[in-house]
Ligand binder design. Structure first.
Ligand code: AMP
Length: 222
C-alpha cells in the first residue's frame, strides 16, 4: 500500500490592537490560504451573551471592566474549537496569545492537535488611529460586515447591504473603551510580540495603510 504524505498545514496567529483591521485581513487570509479562522474575542462575546453564570462573569470582564479573561478560559475555548477543525486545514488564530502566560497554553492546545504556530502576523497601529477608527465602526449584527461612519451616516444608510441585518456598535467600542483596550494591548500583548520576534516568527505590518495594501504586504511576507 502506498502511504500518502500530506504536507502539514501552516498555522498562523493574528495579533493587533483594537481597530488594526484583524477581521478584514482574517477574512482575506482565510479565503486565500484556505484556513479555519478562530476568533477568540467573538467566541467570548458569544459566551458573554449567554444567560448563565459563566456568561454573566465573562460579560462583566469584557464589557464592564474591559479586562482580559482568565487564561484557563482561553485554553477551554480554543480546545473546543480546535477539536472541530480537520487536520489538513491550517488555522488562523485571531486574538491569542494576548499575554505572556497564554503562550504556553496556546502552544499546548495546538500541540494536542499536532499543530505548531508557524508565523505571528502583527498588525501595528497607533492609539490615535485605533480610537479614530473604532469610534466610527459599526458591524452588521448578523453577518458582522464592518461599516465606517458617524451615527448620522449609518442611520441614513439603513440595514446591512450584504444580508439586510441591523447595524450596531459593539458595547466596548466607545473612545474610553478603546483607550483602555489599547493600554491592555501595550502592557500585555507587546511582550508576546517581542517573544515571537526573538524566535524569528514575527511578521510586523504597518496596519495604518489601506486594507488592500496591508493584504499585499502580508502576502509578500508569508
Ligand atoms: P476582541 O474582539 O479581540 O477585541 O476581544 C474582545 C474582548 O475579549 C477583549 O477586550 C478581552 O476582554 C477578551 N479577550 C479576547 N481575547 C482574549 C485573550 N486572548 N485573553 C483574554 N481575554 C481575551
Amino acid at each position: 500500500m502506498v502511504k500518502m504524505n500530506h504536507p502539514k498545514p501552516k498555522n498562523y496567529v493574528l495579533l493587533g490592537p483594537p481597530g488594526s483591521g484583524k477581521s478584514t485581513q482574517a477574512k482575506l487570509l482565510k479565503i486565500k490560504h484556505d484556513l479555519a479562522h478562530i476568533e477568540i474575542g467573538s467566541e467570548l462575546r458569544r459566551l458573554a451573551e449567554s444567560d448563565t453564570e459563566l456568561g454573566r462573569t465573562v460579560h462583566e470582564i469584557i464589557n464592564i471592566r474591559k479586562e482580559l479573561v482568565p487564561d484557563g478560559l482561553i485554553d477551554d475555548v480554543l480546545g473546543q474549537v480546535l477539536k472541530t477543525i480537520p487536520h489538513l486545514i491550517g488555522v488562523l488564530l485571531d486574538g491569542a496569545p494576548r499575554k505572556l502566560s497564554q503562550i504556553k497554553e496556546v502552544e499546548h492546545a495546538f500541540s494536542l492537535h499536532d499543530r505548531v504556530i508557524d508565523r505571528i502576523i502583527f498588525l501595528d497601529i497607533s492609539e490615535q488611529v485605533a480610537i479614530e477608527r473604532i469610534s466610527t465602526r459599526w458591524l452588521c449584527q448578523e453577518c458582522k460586515a464592518p461599516y465606517i461612519g458617524s451615527r448620522e451616516i449609518i442611520e441614513n444608510l439603513g440595514p446591512c447591504s450584504v444580508c439586510g441585518g441591523a447595524l450596531s456598535q459593539r458595547t466596548d467600542d466607545t473612545p474610553e473603551g478603546v483607550a483602555k483596550r489599547y493600554q491592555v494591548f501595550t502592557d500585555e500583548t507587546r511582550p508576546v510580540i517581542e517573544h515571537y520576534e526573538k524566535k524569528n516568527k514575527l511578521i510586523r505590518i504597518n496596519a495604518e495603510l489601506d486594507p488592500e495594501e496591508i493584504a499585499s504586504l502580508i502576502e509578500q511576507s508569508l
